[in-house]
Design a protein around this ligand. Structure first.
Ligand SMILES: NC(=O)C1=CN([C@@H]2O[C@H](COP(=O)(O)OP(=O)(O)OC[C@H]3O[C@@H](n4cnc5c(N)ncnc54)[C@H](OP(=O)(O)O)[C@@H]3O)[C@@H](O)[C@H]2O)C=CC1
Ligand SMILES: CC1=C(/C=C/C(C)=C/C=C/C(C)=C/C=O)C(C)(C)CCC1
Length: 302
């Protein structure tokens, strides 16, 4: 019996069941999202598209942004066909002027924006010395710096109304590190810390605007196609539907940092206390050091 293939998935499931049983008598109040005006970046595919569809079903007015207009239009059409209210805008979030311009256009058609989901993300998947300087810059611009521009565009109205929610889809890789992902991991750490710092700033200002940052493990959207090849139990951990539902639940419960799965909370503590050699052995044991060997990602798919 292989520990990582046979026992770990059972352990993760048992941990989640235990957590649900412990929390069951203490259900958290959930806020109603009906009527919220939500901007979602990178809403043309994957988690962003699912969040758009689900939030529209819950009564939100969805403003979907994506760099790819074609996929965006099909997301908008599907929402409209299902009776939801949605607008789509082509916007490259790495371009500050486009963000500020699109933010104004969005508010003109949809009204004051009350929720912002910073979801757009890219990954190169190469060792640092093989990564183009431009790719390093772009990864930071899309995965982290864009959050400054979108937040600066929408936060003033939220603060004025003392109502709003800013969500950052970061990554478990903002806390854990793996080879061939130095640019990705560090940009996601920046995104998570941006959200953390913003939430402290808003707390000090006694604002009711909430901040949530989500740090998921691998999701089968295609963005990380090929990761952990040969270890299917490690690469297909999360279905996008499940992650989208968990993100919405975290927003409704006004939670701050959300690791998916919650077991990563414990592993992140372990990371702080384990000696380096022990940590490296642990990573190699779980195949993390070779996780990106067969990485394909989204762009190389035919
Ligand atoms: N998939 C995973 O395993 C995990 C993903 N995440 C994070 O979740 C988020 C969503 O990922 P996922 O749904 O899997 O990925 P997808 O690739 O399916 O979705 C990302 C979307 O962002 C769009 N996008 C890329 N660059 C820009 C840009 N400059 N401006 C606007 N939109 C842009 C993409 O468009 P196009 O396709 O045209 O480039 C795409 O529609 C990302 O931030 C990702 O880092 C976190 C943990 C795990
Ligand atoms: C480092 C590390 C791990 C590996 C995490 C990895 C490799 C996560 C990949 C996540 C992805 C692809 C996120 C995308 O944004 C484990 C196994 C949890 C054990 C604890 C230490």
């Amino acid at each position: 019996m292989d520990f990582s293939e046979d026992i770990l998935p059972i352990f993760i499931s048992l941990f989640q069941i235990l957590q649900s049983v412990i929390c069951w008598p203490f259900p958290k109040a959930k806020k109603d999202l009906n009527g919220e005006v939500v901007v979602i970046t990178g809403a043309g595919s994957g988690i962003g598209a699912l969040l758009a569809a689900k939030l529209a079903k819950m009564g939100c007015v969805v403003v979907a942004w994506d760099i790819n207009e074609e996929v965006l239009q099909s997301v908008i059409q599907q929402i409209k066909n299902a009776g939801g209210k949605a607008f789509g805008f082509k916007c490259d979030v790495s371009d500050r002027e486009q963000v500020y311009f699109t933010a104004k256009e969005s508010a003109k058609v949809a009204g004051d924006v009350t929720m912002l989901i910073n979801n757009a993300g890219i990954v190169g998947g190469k060792n640092l010395l093989e990564t183009d300087d431009e790719m390093v810059k772009k990864t930071f611009e899309v995965n982290a710096i864009s959050h400054f521009w979108t937040t600066k565009a929408f936060l003033p109205k939220m603060m004025e109304k003392n109502h709003g929610h800013i969500v950052s889809i970061a990554s478990s890789l903002g806390y854990f590190a793996a080879p061939k992902l130095t640019d990705y991991c560090s940009s996601k750490a920046a995104a998570a810390h941006f959200a953390d710092a913003l939430s402290v700033e808003l707390y000090k200002a006694k604002s009711s605007v909430n901040v949530t940052w989500v740090c998921p493990y691998t999701i089968s959207t295609g963005m990380f196609k090929g990761v952990f090849a040969g270890r299917p139990w490690m690469c297909n951990v999360f279905k996008p539907e499940f992650v989208a539902d968990q993100i919405i639940q975290a927003i409704q419960e006004n939670r701050n940092k959300v690791f998916l799965p919650k077991l990563l909370d414990i592993l992140s503590l372990l990371k702080e206390v384990l000696p380096r050699e022990a940590m490296m052995t642990f990573l190699s044991w779980f195949g993390v050091l070779d996780a990106m060997n067969d990485f394909i990602g989204r762009k190389k798919q035919a």
